[in-house]
Design a protein around this ligand. Structure first.
Ligand code: WT7
Length: 663
C-alpha cells in the first residue's frame, strides 16, 4: 500500500475540519453555468402549483396535450394530466432520433471483463421496436404485466422501453434477488411474460439464471405464457417448446417498426415491489404522464443536466427505483449520455468505479452513502489511481449520509470543487422530493436541505400539528405528479399506509425528520429507527454519525436493546477502517466521543466490533437482524441479505466478545 500513516492522519484531520464546517455555498464557477440559478421556479410553483406542473408536463411530447393538471376529486386517488395522451418510449427515443440525435450515445456499457459497447438512441429505438413487435406477436398488449429479471446489460433498457411502447406495465425484479422472490412477484402481479437471461456474471463467476427460473417453476404459473431469454453467458438451459423464446430470435423475426401506443396519462407504466425489509413487499404503481413529468424535470434541475455535454452515471441497479428513474427514464427523457456498469464496485479491483469515471469522462456521479463508506474503508489509494477531474457534480441517495462520508466524497472524489446533492425520495415518490439545487442551495452535510419547487414537505407531531423544530413525522402536504397511484391490488393497504394518519390529503412518508432554523430538513431515519433511553428519544442515525466521525471508524449501526434501567440502551455495531485494530481504549474513546457530541444518554452501553454488517441488497442495514444478534436470538429470515454469511460471523463475534465479560 502506497499511503503512509502520516498522510492518512493528514486526511483524517482534513476530513475532521471539513465536518466542522456547517455550510457549503455553491461554488461560484458552478453557479455561473447552472440550469437553475435563481428562485423563479420556486416562485412559480408557489404562486400557482397546478399551472407550474402543467407547464412542466408540456416539456414532454404528447400525442394530445393535457389541459388539466391535478384532479383531486377523489383523494387519495389523485390523477394528473388526465385528459392527455402520451407514450414513454416515444419520449425516451423517437423524440431524440427525430430531432437528429440518433447517433448520440445513450449508454456507454461496460462489462465485468472490460468489454465495451456504445448504444446510441437509434440503436435502442431499433431494438425496442423489434422487441415490442415480438411481444405483441406473443399476445402481450396493454395492461399485461411483463416481468423483467435481468442483470445490468443494455437489454434491460430495451425490455423496459419495449413494454412501455405497447402499454404493458413492467415489473422489474432486481437481478440479485432469488428466483423465489421473482416467482412471488410474478404470482402477485399475474405477469403474462418474463424477460430473463441464460446466465449472469458476478465477480468472475456465472449464475445459471434460466435454469434457476425453471427450477423455481416460474414457467408453470398459469398466467405466465412466455419467457424471453437473452443469451449472455452461453449457459446451457432448456427452452420449453411454445413457451420459451430466445430474445435474439424474437428480434430477428420481428418487424422493424412498431408505432407507440397512444396511452392515457394515467395508464400504468410500471409496478415495482419495494424491498421488504419489513412486512410483505408493496407493489408500488406508477403511471405515465405524471411520472415522466416529475422525472424529466428533477433529472434536469437536481443534476444540472446539460445533455450535450454531460456524462451521467447513476451507479444503482436498474432493479431499484433509483435505476428506473435516474438510469433509464430521467436521463433518456432528457436525451443524455449515461454510463452503465455490469458489475460490482470491487471487481476486478476496488478502483473499477474510478477507472470508469476516468475512461468515459463521467461529469455527474450519483450513488449511495453505503458505497461511499465502502470506498472510504478501502482507502484513497484506489481513487488516486485515476483522473477524476471531469466530475463536476456528485449526488447521494438512500439514507442519511454521515458527515465524515460526506467530507470524504467531497474531498477525495470531488476534489472540493463539486457540489453534492443529497437527494431524499422513495420508491413511492417516484422522483426526488427534497434536495439542494446545486447552483442555488447552500448545502449542510447530512441534510437533504429543502423541498424542490412544487413540493410541500412538513414535519408533524402525533396530532398533525406542524413542528418548526424538534423531531416528528415527515409528510408531503400536497400531491405531486410522480407520486404512486396505489399499491398493486391492495387499495386498502395503500390508503392505510400513507393516507390514514393525517387524512386523505396528506402523504405520510414513514420517515422521522426535523427542521432546523433555516427550514432545512434532516432525515432521521424510518419512524421505527428511534431509540428511547430513559425518556430521551434519539435517532439511531444521529448516534451512528457521531460514532463514524471518530477516527478510524468506517461504519456503524445502532440499535436499542431492552434495558432494565433505562428502558432501552444503546448498542453499537462498529466496523473499523482498513487495518485498524479494536481494543478497550478505542472502545472507551468512542463512548466518550459520543457523549461529547450528543450527550451522555447517547453513549453506547455496548460496542460490538464487526467486520461487516447485514445489509439488504440495496444497502440498507437490517436492524431487525442486529437486534436478534444482540439479544442472542436465532436470527430470522436472511434471504434478502446481500451477504447472508455476515450473520453467522457476527453471531460468533458477539459470543466471543460476550465471553470477555460484560461490564
Ligand atoms: C427511504 C426510501 C429513493 C431511492 C432509494 C431508496 C431513505 C432515501 C434519503 C436521503 C436520508 C433517505 C428514507 C426513505 N432515504 N434517500 N437522501 N437521506 N434518507 O428507495 O427503498 O424506497 O427507500 O430511504 O428512509 O423513506 P426506497
Amino acid at each position: 500500500m502506497a499511503t503512509t500513516k502520516g498522510t492518512e492522519d493528514n486526511l483524517e484531520q482534513e476530513l475532521q475540519s471539513l465536518t466542522e464546517r456547517e455550510t457549503f455555498e455553491p461554488p461560484a464557477e458552478f453557479r455561473q453555468h447552472a440550469v437553475v440559478d435563481d428562485d423563479s421556479l420556486h416562485r412559480k410553483a408557489h404562486d400557482d402549483p397546478e399551472a407550474f406542473w402543467l407547464e412542466r408536463a408540456r416539456q414532454l411530447t404528447w400525442v394530445s396535450e393535457p389541459t388539466e393538471s391535478l384532479d383531486d376529486s377523489n383523494p387519495p386517488f389523485f390523477r394528473w394530466f388526465a385528459d392527455g395522451k402520451i407514450n414513454a418510449s416515444y419520449n425516451c427515443l423517437d423524440r431524440h432520433v427525430d430531432a437528429g440525435l440518433g447517433d448520440r450515445v445513450a449508454f456507454h456499457w461496460r462489462g465485468e471483463e472490460g468489454e465495451e459497447e456504445a448504444w446510441t438512441y437509434a440503436d435502442l429505438l431499433r431494438d425496442v421496436q423489434r422487441l415490442a413487435n415480438g411481444l405483441k406477436e406473443r399476445g402481450i398488449g396493454r395492461e399485461d404485466v411483463v416481468g423483467i429479471y435481468l442483470p445490468m446489460i443494455p437489454e434491460v433498457v430495451v425490455a423496459m422501453l419495449a413494454c412501455a411502447r405497447i402499454g404493458a406495465p413492467h415489473n422489474v425484479v432486481f437481478g440479485g434477488f432469488s428466483p423465489q422472490s421473482v416467482s412471488e412477484r410474478m404470482k402477485v402481479s399475474e405477469a403474462k411474460a418474463l424477460i430473463t437471461v441464460d446466465g449472469a456474471r458476478r465477480k468472475g463467476k456465472t449464475a445459471p439464471v434460466k435454469t434457476e427460473v425453471d427450477q423455481e417453476g416460474i414457467g408453470d404459473l398459469d398466467h405466465l405464457e412466455t419467457i424471453v431469454v437473452v443469451r449472455r453467458t452461453g449457459a446451457d438451459c432448456e427452452m420449453a417448446e411454445g413457451r420459451d423464446v430466445w430474445y435474439h430470435e424474437l428480434l430477428d423475426g420481428a418487424d422493424d417498426e412498431c408505432p407507440p401506443e397512444e396511452l392515457d396519462a394515467e395508464h400504468p407504466l410500471y409496478i415495482l415491489y419495494t424491498s421488504g425489509s419489513t412486512a410483505s413487499p408493496k407493489g408500488i404503481v406508477h403511471t405515465t404522464g405524471g411520472y415522466l413529468t416529475g422525472i424529466a424535470h428533477t433529472t434536469k434541475i437536481v443534476f444540472d443536466l446539460k445533455p450535450d455535454e454531460d456524462v451521467f452515471w447513476c451507479s444503482a441497479d436498474v432493479g431499484w427505483v433509483t435505476g428506473h428513474s435516474y438510469i433509464v427514464y430521467g436521463p433518456m427523457l432528457n436525451g443524455a449520455t449515461s454510463v452503465m456498469w455490469e458489475g460490482a464496485p470491487d471487481y476486478p479491483d476496488k478502483d473499477i468505479w474510478w477507472e470508469i469515471c476516468e475512461r468515459y469522462g463521467v461529469t455527474i456521479l450519483y450513488t449511495a452513502p453505503t458505497a461511499i463508506r465502502a470506498a472510504l474503508k478501502w482507502g484513497v489509494e484506489y481513487p488516486e489511481r485515476h483522473d477524476l477531474s471531469a466530475l463536476r457534480l456528485l449526488g447521494t441517495v438512500g439514507e442519511p449520509i454521515n458527515p465524515k462520508a460526506w467530507a470524504w466524497y467531497h474531498k477525495v472524489i470531488g476534489g472540493e470543487r463539486c457540489p453534492i446533492v443529497d437527494t431524499w425520495w422513495q420508491t413511492e415518490t417516484g422522483g426526488i422530493m427534497i434536495s439542494p439545487l446545486p447552483g442555488l442551495t447552500a448545502t449542510k452535510p447530512g441534510s437533504a436541505t429543502l423541498p424542490l419547487p412544487g413540493i410541500e414537505a412538513g414535519v408533524y407531531d402525533e396530532n398533525g400539528e406542524e413542528l418548526d423544530e424538534g423531531q416528528g413525522y415527515l409528510v408531503l402536504k400536497r400531491p405531486w405528479p410522480s407520486m404512486l397511484r396505489t399499491l398493486y391490488r391492495e387499495e386498502d393497504r395503500f390508503v392505510e399506509t400513507y393516507f390514514e394518519k393525517f387524512g386523505r390529503e396528506t402523504y405520510l412518508v414513514g420517515d422521522a425528520a426535523r427542521k432546523d432554523e433555516d427550514g432545512y430538513f434532516w432525515i432521521v431515519g424510518r419512524i421505527d429507527d428511534v431509540i428511547n433511553v430513559s425518556g430521551h428519544r434519539m435517532s439511531t442515525a444521529e448516534i451512528e454519525s457521531a460514532i463514524v466521525s471518530y477516527e478510524h471508524v468506517a461504519e456503524s449501526a445502532v440499535i436499542g436493546e431492552d434495558d432494565e434501567d433505562s428502558g432501552q440502551a444503546v448498542t453499537a455495531f462498529v466496523t473499523l477502517e482498513g487495518d485498524a485494530e479494536p481494543d478497550d481504549e478505542l472502545e472507551s474513546s468512542i463512548r466518550e466521543h459520543v457523549a461529547k457530541r450528543i450527550g451522555k444518554v447517547a453513549r453506547p452501553k455496548r460496542i460490538i466490533w464487526a467486520d461487516d454488517l447485514p445489509k439488504t441488497r440495496s444497502g440498507k442495514i437490517m436492524r431487525r437482524l442486529l437486534r436478534d444478534i444482540a439479544e442472542g436470538r436465532e436470527h430470522g429470515d436472511v434471504s434478502t441479505l446481500r451477504e447472508p454469511g455476515v450473520m453467522d460471523d457476527l453471531a460468533e463475534k458477539v459470543r466471543e466478545q460476550g465471553d470477555e465479560g460484560d461490564e
